[in-house]
Design a protein around this ligand. Sequence first.
Ligand code: HEM
Length: 351
Amino acid sequence: MRSNGMTMANGSVDMVVEAALQKQEKDRRLLRIWLRVVLFTLFCLVLVGGATRLTESGLSITEWKPIHGAIPPLSVAEWEEEFQLYKRIPQYQEINKGMSLDEFKTIFWWEWAHRLLARTIGLVFALPLAFFWLTGRVEKRLRWPLVGLLALGGFQGFVGWWMVSSGLVNRTDVSQYRLATHLTIACLIFAGCMWILRGLSHHSPDAADERTGRGFAALLTVLCLFQIYLGALVAGLNAGLSYNTWPLMDGSLVPGDLFLQQPEDGAIRPSPGCLHTVCRHAVAYGVDGPRLARHATCPPSRAVPRARLHSGGARHHHAFDACGYSCRARPSGHGAVRAWLCGRPLARFHR
Ligand code: HEM
């Protein structure tokens, strides 16, 4: 009798556990679908952010209106008003003077689309999160990571404006440090979302060794983020055009002129060439060692004199050899992509 009773009790415990597991799996499936939608929207946002940068559209909206800014100018008078605001900033006065209203509209739409997508992603993330939370679908262990991701998204919006504000006075573009922060946070948001999604997915039974696997993955992630940060600094200063030979730059592994005294305030700051050097060395020895080894067997380069790269006509020429490192000048994708995105001839960018 007693053993019969125990068997029945065990049976009902099994059923409760089974039901709980089924519910958990159902909830997780829903969360996975949601996070995939978030990731897809983020991916689009990153593409539009990149296009905003390549078309040099980032400073076209000179005000920070998180809610009202979702509505673009709707009448000719409103367009004129927006254009007048842009005409006040150094980028218009020093670089784009004479730009027509139609040209302004092109750069405006890129920046507006970027900000609108950023707002959309806030909603796509926050509303379902609130729903899943209130209906008890968010496991306890996921609460802090999801709230953290939401907070990071909000912070990214603030960083976006902080970056824009750096280009509205005294400069014709945004600060490279703020740009690099913006890009690195975008990567963190993307990686964080992917990490939570993967944690909700089924895993193979033969998982990698927890200790070594985790440490190595964490190290690689930090190195990649650091490299992305450096890459954005290089991009923000157009520093990628400093040296067109590799691994020697100006005949040396560590070229001169790494630090320059700023004429405005006398401060000593890293030169574009310094950032270029650090970025290349970091990728070679830190993240990308094996490719450097392959470079040793690369055919000799046809180096282009550095002076030519600094002349206006070659500004948007990058150099890649067979193994992906800079050896010879070749028309780059960047200039062409910019021209395509803006629908304007390449010459416009060869200032
Ligand atoms: C979650 C939200 C956001 C994400 C993931 C994101 C991501 C990005 C990415 C990946 C880029 C390209 C960076 C590069 O090529 O180095 C970019 C550029 C840019 N973003 Fe965002 N962004 C977000 C929100 C915002 C917001 C709210 C603003 C404005 C208030 C903003 C302003 C800009 C501007 C102005 C650029 C172009 C920078 C330039 O002129 O060089 N972003 N964004």
